[in-house]
Design a protein around this ligand. Structure first.
Ligand code: GDP
Length: 139
């Protein structure tokens, strides 16, 4: 499988609840290496930019208010098949539908406050990484 990079965000709900260490442990256990990381408190506008693809969805205002409500840990992860691997260990968007043992099943509290983000395809991974990190910051 190809070596890939993907963007992960430990969302404000999971940072506030103290799950950063547990989530990073799951990444590392699954051979996803952290090659860049920073704690950010997004402005509403920055959250809207990141989730622009969802701007016409009914939950857009609520989602971007949540994502700008407190610190979030943004990371670039690297590994074999990292994009689909991260999606697998995250679990389904709705924690009620997420498989047992996945991050969202363990730590999400609603379909919106679902603990973690992971890019869904190579093109979105590249765009999302560039949204947060200049190339020089990637190890
Ligand atoms: P993801 O790729 O699994 O994160 O899911 P999406 O790209 O479809 O949605 C982006 C984010 O919007 C999700 O991770 C949730 O935080 C939020 N979201 C998705 N669907 C809903 C919904 O039906 N209601 C609300 N309130 N938030 C949602």
């Amino acid at each position: 499988m190809a070596l890939e990079r993907t963007l992960s965000i430990v969302k404000p709900d999971a940072v506030a609840a103290g799950h950063v260490g547990d989530i990073i442990k799951m990444f590392e256990f699954n051979h996803l290496r952290i090659i860049a990381a920073k704690l950010v408190k997004l402005s509403k506008q920055e959250a809207e930019g990141f989730y622009a693809v969802h701007r016409h969805r009914p939950f857009f205002q609520s989602l971007t208010a949540f994502m700008s409500s407190g610190p979030a840990l943004v990371m670039v992860l690297e590994g074999d098949g990292a994009i689909s691997l991260l999606r697998e260990i995250m679990g389904a968007t709705d924690p009620a539908k997420a498989a047992p043992g996945t991050i969202r099943r363990l730590y999400a509290t609603s379909i919106e406050r679902n603990a973690v983000h992971g890019s869904d395809a190579p093109e979105t991974a590249a765009a999302e990484i560039a949204y947060f990190f200049p190339a020089i910051d990637l190890i």
